[in-house]
Write a protein that binds this ligand. Sequence first.
Ligand SMILES: CC(C)(COP(=O)(O)OP(=O)(O)OC[C@H]1O[C@@H](n2cnc3c(N)ncnc32)[C@H](O)[C@@H]1OP(=O)(O)O)[C@@H](O)C(=O)NCCC(=O)NCCS
Length: 191
Amino acid sequence: MFSYILLKLIEFFSFLCNENSAVFKLKWARADIQSDIKFIGKSYVSIGGKVKIGKGFVCRSTPDGFSKIIVQKGANLTIGDYSGATNVEIQCHNSIVIGNHVNIGSRTTIFDTNFHSLDWEIRSVRSKDVLMASSAPVNIGDYAFIGARCIICKGVTIGEKAIVAAGSVVVKDIPAGQMWGGNPAKFIKNL
Ligand SMILES: CC(C)(COP(=O)(O)OP(=O)(O)OC[C@H]1O[C@@H](n2cnc3c(N)ncnc32)[C@H](O)[C@@H]1OP(=O)(O)O)[C@@H](O)C(=O)NCCC(=O)NCCS
């Protein structure tokens, strides 16, 4: 098992060094990543937790953009087969599951944490603040389409085949097969 993971990491590193301008930082990582994934353009990926990325994942960064995937120690990020994202920011402190064939528009951010406590006294002590921020899993179903510049906040589930309109802030669950949009995102129509 250990050698399998090591092999995958070496494979992953050489793939990255040869083909990409991505900066990868692997610390305490447990990665199960298919070899045909692509990082195009500039990316920063820091894996401290457990990451699984399926076949055909494409993470694209435009010349004026940047993709950032950060998985903290103890957190889990899963991305299914044939999903894609452009200039995305994924910050995983708990659990983020992105299904198969999910399209994520440019400059969308996905957070499963508040990063900071809601209590100003805790926020004023940085070491406590980091530990006390609340987090909750994010789940994005198969074939979902998330428009550009959306913010997906902690604890939400976006159902299969749902569409999130460009520029939306998602703070509530979106049922499968519905289009939602706005800030905060609200129901627009059934698909
Ligand atoms: C959501 C979207 C797919 C809607 O497409 P559509 O159904 O053809 O668009 P319509 O113009 O018929 O809009 C349907 C309704 O959604 C609303 N709507 C559309 N885009 C919206 C947005 N970004 N935020 C909030 N509401 C939106 C419209 O006002 C309209 O509401 P109404 O029925 O009350 O008039 C499209 O507007 C969108 O946001 N596309 C995302 C594109 C993108 O970011 N791609 C990724 C590039 S990397």
